[in-house]
Design a protein around this ligand. Structure first.
Ligand code: ATP
Ligand code: MG
Length: 367
């Protein structure tokens, strides 16, 4: 048996197709124990130990749109018909032939009924149904090898991780930012994570959650780094010197300024329009104005909470994200956070702090 994997959008990449494809093959090879090769617009995975887990990993690899476990035979009428005699087919079926090898001696309209007849002979209870069959027996005849498969398992789609550059994701322990990371990686960004911890106000439990989320995400996004930044001193300085209503905006600006230094091509957050008080357009503007030279991407900006939750469940982060924890933003949240902060006021509040010194100090303790 082999696994036949198909890619989607890469077909549209023109002159860059080779580059995208090489990355996809390399990403697959890193994730599975078998052999990976490109063959006639498909990817063939062979010599793996366990089919189920390999199939799971392949269909979770960004860039793959579907995969099928397949039998491999040599491309001769004899080998194919011999194999079909042994095939067990319950219920209704149809035969679908792809004669990619034009040298194969029998044309599809002739070969399909011939194959169907053999299957009917071997399975007296089976019947042919061309419109709504219980199973479709796909016979993919290529030069050299023929692949026979019935199952087509949907993959995650997207583009191979790494083709779009590198992102630094602001990862809290909540529901949203892990989903944002997953979506960013789905469009080909490789991701590393940055988390701001405010001990003793936030506990080791909050950090554990973030580490677990990283581990789950790595299943899809590949190997990543997690930078943990001590954020207590910065938060305390803001609390001491600045007007309380700007607390969250100023904290977020510090997070962005620190993320800016992490040598990435862009910053990702789990922010969403109008989900909470600080996520108004004015709030979002104040969060990043002049705080970074990088683009801040917010993959979830227009998503409904219910859409984010169902994605989090699909990715596998939801159960961890909902474990209660303290986040620096929830610990320091003022009674009346400003809903539409005026940029001028935010910058005036920030002026009260020596941001550079605070940031440099926090950077010394990155772990
Ligand atoms: P999430 O569900 O990701 O926690 P949220 O809906 O709770 O998001 P906020 O608390 O306003 O929204 O945070 C907005 C974004 O800021 C988060 O999605 C995340 O990207 C970032 N963020 C918040 N707190 C932290 C933190 N302690 N460390 C790193 N990033 C954070
Ligand atoms: Mg949160």
């Amino acid at each position: 048996m082999v696994i036949l994997a198909r890619y989607g959008e890469i077909h549209l990449k023109g002159n860059n197709k080779g580059l995208f494809l090489r990355r996809l093959l390399a990403n697959l090879q890193k994730r599975i124990d078998g052999k990976v090769k490109h063959e006639g617009e498909r990817i063939i995975i062979s010599d793996y130990k366990d089919e189920k887990s390999t199939l799971g990993r392949v269909t979770k690899t960004f860039g793959i749109v579907s995969a099928s476990p397949a039998f491999v035979l040599s491309s001769t009428p004899d080998a194919i018909t011999k194999y079909l005699e042994t095939l067990i087919v319950p219920g209704t079926f149809k035969v679908n032939i792809n004669r990619a090898d034009k040298k194969f001696p029998i044309k599809s309209p002739e070969f399909a009924p011939q194959c169907g007849g053999i299957i009917l002979n071997a399975n007296p209870t089976a019947t042919v149904n061309l419109h709504n069959p219980d199973s479709t027996i796909n016979i993919d005849i290529r030069q050299g090898n023929t692949y026979i498969y019935t199952k087509v398992i949907e993959g995650v789609g997207g583009l191979p991780v790494g083709v779009s550059g590198r992102a630094i994701v602001l990862l809290s322990g909540g529901i949203d930012s892990p989903v944002a990371a997953w979506l960013a990686a789905k469009r080909g960004l490789s991701v590393d994570f940055i988390h701001f911890a405010t001990p003793p106000y936030t506990s080791e439990l909050a950090l554990d959650k973030v580490r677990k989320l990283q581990e789950i995400l790595e299943d899809s996004v590949g190997k990543s780094k997690l930078y943990v930044i001590p954020f207590t001193e910065i938060s305390m300085a803001i609390r001491k010197h600045c007007s309380p209503e700007f607390m969250i905006t100023l904290m977020r600006r510090f997070m962005v300024r620190i993320a800016d230094r992490m040598q990435a091509d862009c910053i990702i957050t789990g922010e969403n329009l109008a989900q909470v008080a600080s996520q108004t357009i004015q709030g979002i503007t104040s969060n990043n104005f002049c705080a970074t030279r990088l683009p801040i991407l917010r993959p979830l900006i227009t998503y409904d909470k219910s859409e984010i939750i169902s994605l989090a469940k699909k990715i596998g982060t939801y159960e961890i994200s909902i474990v209660p924890h303290e986040d620096c933003c929830s610990v320091f949240v003022p009674r009346n956070p400003i809903i539409a902060p005026k940029l001028k006021q935010v910058l005036a509040e920030e002026e009260k702090l020596d941001a550079e010194i605070l940031i440099n100090k926090a950077m010394e303790y990155i772990s």
